[in-house]
Ligand binder design. Structure first.
Ligand code: GRF
Length: 200
C-alpha cells in the first residue's frame, strides 16, 4: 500500500477525488497525511471528515523556505509517504522538498502543458483564443510546471466561455486523471526517461 501525502492551499476538490478513488479501492494507495500552508483551507475539513491526519505549516512562521520545507519533509517521513501529490498547492516547491521527493512528487495543472504554465491559466487560455485546453499531471522538477508529463486530458473551449465555465470543464477532467496517474505510480508503471514518462 502506497502512502500519499497531499499538499493543498485551498478548496481541495482534487484531494477529495483522490480520497474517494482510494476509498473505493481502485488504487493501491491511501492518503496518509494532508498538509496545508493555509490554516483556513477547506481541504482540511475534507481530511477531518475522512479521519485523515492533517497539518498546517505557515511559511511566514519560518525564517526561510528551507526551514519551512524541512518541517513538511519531517511530517511526510513520519507518515511514511511514498508519493507527494500537489493538489492546488500554491507555492513553488524548493530544493529541500525536491531533494527528498524528486521523482516521487507530482502535480496537477489546469492547462495542456507546456502551454500556459503558472497562474490564472484558464483566463490566459481564453484570452489567447485557443480552441482546446485541458489538464496535465506531471512530475515536479525545479521549474514552474515544467516536469515530465504523466497524462493529460483535453476539453473544448466553447464560444462565449467564461473563466468559470472553462475552469469547471477542466476540473471535471482533473478529478479523473489525477487518480489515474496516482494509480499508475502506485502500480510501479511509471518510468521517467529524460523529459518523457514511459507507461509500462
Ligand atoms: C486546480 O485547478 C488545480 O489544477 C490547480 O489548482 C486548482 C486546485 O483546486 N493547481 P482544488 O483545491 O483541488 O479544488
Amino acid at each position: 500500500m502506497l502512502n500519499l501525502g497531499v499538499l493543498i492551499s485551498g478548496r481541495g476538490s482534487n484531494l477529495q477525488a483522490i480520497i474517494d478513488a482510494c476509498e473505493k479501492g481502485g488504487i493501491p494507495a491511501k492518503v496518509a497525511v494532508v498538509i496545508s500552508n493555509k490554516p483556513d483551507a477547506f481541504g482540511l475539513e475534507r481530511a477531518k471528515k475522512h479521519d485523515i491526519p492533517a497539518a498546517v505549516f505557515d511559511p511566514k512562521q519560518y525564517p526561510d523556505k528551507n526551514t519551512y520545507e524541512l518541517e513538511i519533509v519531517k511530517t511526510l517521513k513520519q507518515h511514511k509517504v511514498g508519493l507527494v501529490c500537489l493538489a492546488g498547492y500554491m507555492r513553488i516547491v524548493g530544493e529541500v522538498l525536491l531533494e527528498h521527493y524528486q521523482g516521487k512528487m507530482i502535480n496537477i495543472h489546469p492547462a495542456l502543458l507546456p502551454a500556459f504554465p503558472g497562474l490564472h491559466v484558464q483566463q490566459a487560455a481564453l484570452d489567447h483564443g485557443v480552441k482546446v485546453s485541458g489538464a496535465t499531471v506531471h512530475f515536479v522538477d525545479e521549474g514552474c510546471d515544467t516536469g515530465p508529463i504523466i497524462c493529460q486530458a483535453a476539453v473544448p473551449v466553447k464560444e462565449g466561455d467564461t473563466e468559470e465555465a472553462l475552469s469547471a470543464r477542466i476540473l471535471e477532467q482533473e478529478h479523473k486523471i489525477y487518480p489515474q496517474a496516482i494509480k499508475l505510480f502506485a502500480e510501479g508503471r511509471l518510468k521517467i526517461e529524460g523529459r518523457k514518462v514511459r507507461i509500462k
